[in-house]
Design a protein around this ligand. Structure first.
Ligand code: UDP
Ligand code: MG
Length: 170
């Protein structure tokens, strides 16, 4: 038993199919706590960094297009990103998410209920779910800044940035 945190993404197919509410309800069965949440337009750099371990796979190009959501057009070209935390969070959330391949996933899991395999062979499986604690840490640090998470889950350092252009409310 360990307290863990992980990254969950509602992928563009989940948003387009209006599944956000269903997915969050299903995930809430694990009784984990949300400590970060935001909508993200996924750049090519972020997509490739997130899935770097799959870059030699034949489906990599399709996967990058999928997570960027460009194939769905506006306003579906985005994801919802969450950091969840709790006891054994990773295994509990992955069980609710289901197997990677939606055809093999438990039909009552999120991916089993809502996923599909495209004609290009990409698994459109509605959610991303970190696979182990070290991947979770890498992914959370990739997607979130320290101030976007309401709990100090990893050490931070203070730096001074000079002359940084920043948008503020006009
Ligand atoms: N994927 C795919 N075909 C495959 C394996 C994976 O399209 O044969 C996609 C799928 O969307 C999956 C993502 O690549 O969620 C990342 O793959 P990974 O093996 O990390 O699976 P996950 O951790 O998401 O279950
Ligand atoms: Mg994975």
């Amino acid at each position: 038993m360990a307290i863990e945190q992980l990254l969950i993404l509602i992928k563009p197919d989940g948003i387009k199919k209006s599944l956000t509410g269903n997915i969050l309800t299903k995930l809430s069965e694990a009784r984990m706590v949300i400590i970060g949440a935001k909508a993200v337009r996924v750049s090519r750099d972020l997509a490739e960094a997130h899935y770097y371990h799959l870059k030699d796979k034949p489906f990599f190009g399709g996967l990058i297009d999928y997570i960027q959501g460009e194939v769905y057009g506006k306003p579906w070209d985005r994801v919802l990103a969450f950091v969840y935390r709790g006891e054994d969070a990773i295994s509990k959330m992955r069980k609710i998410a289901g197997e990677t391949n939606p055809e093999e996933a438990d039909p009552v899991s999120i991916r089993g209920a809502y996923g599909r395999i495209t004609t290009k062979g990409v698994y459109e499986n509605v959610v991303h779910c970190s696979s182990d604690p070290s991947e979770a840490e890498r992914e959370i640090k990739l997607w979130f800044k320290p101030e976007e998470i309401v709990k100090r889950i990893y050490p931070v350092k203070k730096i001074i940035i000079e002359k940084e252009e920043k948008a503020v409310w006009a």
